[in-house]
Design a protein around this ligand. Structure first.
Ligand code: ATP
Ligand code: MG
Length: 266
């Protein structure tokens, strides 16, 4: 598919493109995993990436913070423009890219450190705060914003891994927002969680989008319908359709999208 797939209301005055992906191609060795993807992702919105297993959702997500650079044999062409700057330009510092674009994974992955240190670690490393009161305040604020503070405020020195899966995922979100990213990438953030923890994360996502631009991968159609402003459907490394979530689910323009969301394949 060669044309740019933009969402219907991208011309709306309230819409602002935060991440502009242009003709992105990616190969793992000889295997092309992303084929000419062009998409504009909107600021302070949640965009859900859906599609069958192996269609390239995680690969695409990892392109947005240059995490694929860490994989050997990867070749990437195209542009990912964030705030008028292509993050693949030669003069770009990858560490600053990953600071600006946080990521939350499928399996909660707290560091083998205390709850406090999980949140403080990157902020200290990036020099955002110094040890002491400002760091304490940042840890508290990040845990409040991730909806975890009340559950952990009396045990900040306990290991992050001592929390439940859902709490660990909120800890990972606290750790991500502690360094004030602009974009948060989430790769199936609730697929390892029970329904109540899932509900908490979804509520949190709706809260977080006020401050951040969120791009999330999900296999759960209901979740996309509940939280996402926009949905992008991928198939075999191609972006098939991108539109307001309601249109994708109620009135898809492409037959393949309809077949997928009605469960005919995938
Ligand atoms: N590190 C890698 N090395 C080589 N090939 C890879 C690598 N990661 C992914 N691929 C291949 O790229 C394609 C897209 O994979 P990707 O993980 O992006 O799919 P996905 O849509 O996230 O799938 P799922 O829903 O199962 O998570 C697949 O064919 C996969 O085998
Ligand atoms: Mg994946």
């Amino acid at each position: 598919m060669n044309q740019t797939v933009t969402s219907k209301d991208s011309t709306n005055q309230n819409m602002q493109t935060k991440v502009n992906v242009k003709k992105l191609n990616l190969w793992y060795g000889n295997n092309q995993a992303l084929n000419n993807i062009s998409i504009e992702l909107q600021k302070n919105k949640i965009t859900a990436l859906i599609g069958p297993s192996g269609c390239g959702k995680s690969t695409f997500l990892r392109c947005l913070n240059r995490m694929n650079d860490l994989i050997t044999g990867v070749n990437i062409e195209g542009e990912v423009i964030i705030d008028n700057k292509n993050i693949y330009d030669k003069d770009i510092d990858e560490v600053s890219v990953r600071k600006k674009i946080g990521m939350v994974f499928q399996q909660p992955n707290p560091f083998p450190k205390s709850i406090y240190e999980n949140v403080a670690y990157a902020a200290l490393k990036h020099g955002i705060v110094k040890k002491g009161k400002t760091c304490d305040e940042l840890v508290e604020k990040s845990l409040i914003d991730s909806g975890l503070w009340n559950e952990v405020k009396d045990k900040l020195n306990q290991p992050g891994t001592s929390l439940s899966g859902g709490q660990q995922q909120r800890l990972c979100i606290a750790r991500t927002i502690a360094i004030s990213p602009e974009v948060i990438l989430m790769d199936e953030p609730t697929s390892a969680l029970d329904p109540i923890s899932t509900e908490k994360i979804e509520a949190l996502m709706l809260e977080l989008k006020k401050k951040y631009t969120i791009i999330t991968v999900t296999h759960n159609m209901q979740q996309a319908a509940r939280v996402a402003d926009y949905t992008a459907f991928f198939h075999l490394g191609e972006l098939i359709e991108h539109d307001e979530t309601e249109n994708i689910f109620i009135n898809p323009k492409v037959k393949k999208t309809e077949d997928y969301i009605t469960g005919r394949f995938g």
